[in-house]
Structure formats: C-alpha cells, structure tokens
Design a protein around this ligand. Structure first.
Ligand code: MN3
Length: 194
C-alpha cells in the first residue's frame, strides 16, 4: 500500500509563489487520489509486491494505462514536492552548475530550454531535467508520463497540469514556470540526484 508522503515544508511556506490553497488541493486531493487509485488497481495483483519504479516500467510495457497513469503520477509528485523549498532558486551547487554549463552551454540556456519545454507542452504534462547516457537533457512529457520509461533518470520535474498553477497564475503558465525556476527549486535536492 502506498501512502501520501508528508511535505518537507508547511503548506503556506511556498506562498505567494505557490499558495496554501494550491498545495492543499494539489497535495491533499490530487496526489492522494493517484495513490488511492493505484492501491485499488494493484490490490491482489502481481503488481502488489513491486517497487514503484518497477510498477511504472511493467505497466508501461504491458500497456496497463490505469496502473501506469496513477503509479507514474505518484512518482512524479513525490519528486515534485522535493524539487521545491521555501526561498528556493538562487545559487546552484558547483558540481551541478558545471554539468549544466557543459551540456547546455550556459545556465541561462538551460533555464530557457526548461521553461520553454513546460510552456510548449500542449495540455497537461511535465517538463524535466534528466540524465540520459551520462548527459543532462531537457524534455517534456504528456499527462502522467515519466522519463524513466525512456531510459532517462529525471532529476528535476515541474508539473504543468493546470491544477498546479491555475489558482495562482490563471492561464499564465510561463509566469508560473519562471517563478518555479527562480524562486522555488531546491537545487541541493536536484544536485543530490546526480
Ligand atoms: Mn499534479
């Protein structure tokens, strides 16, 4: 049985960049619903004993959409909450900065690529910084999809489903992404995923 993880910060701690109301709904309702659905789907099946990552890969291969969508969204949100912290953004650890400069040319280029990926994801989905073949890469995915199924290791993800920003930013997804990037990202957590 999977359970809703506690946040490392209070629900008002990211305000006004991400409001308490958004976190209440997003963490307490949306994320909880994915977990409830996932638990119901895998109950008494051969998925029940697997780890979350194993469930994601197996359900993707077997095209079990109900299991995949809810398992992948559970993984995505666990990481998303950890990718943020109060007074985030700012200086990034030098090991991560060096790799970003090496693989994107500059930190600014990486920032632009990441925000652009989130902005251009048509409809619901995610934008990511992942490791693929030992290189950092920015991608976007639709709906619940996680880069894990394409042999990438996501180290930073941003939720661009409307439930993630509509209360705070209405239709202005790019403004949400800029604020997420500049004021919320927990770079120490991203660095720890390298
Ligand atoms: Mn979400």
């Amino acid at each position: 049985m999977f359970e809703l993880p506690k946040l490392d910060y209070s629900k008002s701690a990211l305000s006004p960049i991400m409001s308490e109301q958004t976190l209440d709904l997003h963490h307490g309702k949306h994320h909880q619903t994915y977990i409830t659905n996932l638990n119901n789907f895998i109950k008494s099946s051969d998925y029940e004993k697997l780890s979350l990552e194993e469930i994601i890969k197996k359900s993707s291969t077997e095209k079990k959409a109900g299991i995949f969508n809810n398992a992948s969204q559970h993984w995505n949100h666990i990481q998303f909450w950890k990718c943020m912290k109060p007074n985030g953004g700012g200086k990034i650890p030098s090991k991560l900065e060096d790799r970003i400069k090496n693989d994107f040319g500059s930190f600014e280029k990486f920032r632009e690529d990441f925000i652009n990926a989130g902005t251009t994801q048509f409809g619901s989905g995610w934008c990511w910084l992942s490791i693929k073949d030992d290189k950092l890469i920015v991608t976007k995915t639709p709906n619940a999809e996680n880069p894990l199924i394409n042999d990438m290791k996501p180290i930073l993800g941003c939720d661009v489903w409307e439930h993630s920003y509509y209360l705070d930013y209405k239709n202005k997804r790019p403004v949400y992404l800029e604020n997420f990037f500049d004021k919320l990202i927990n770079w120490d957590f991203v660095d720890s995923n390298l």
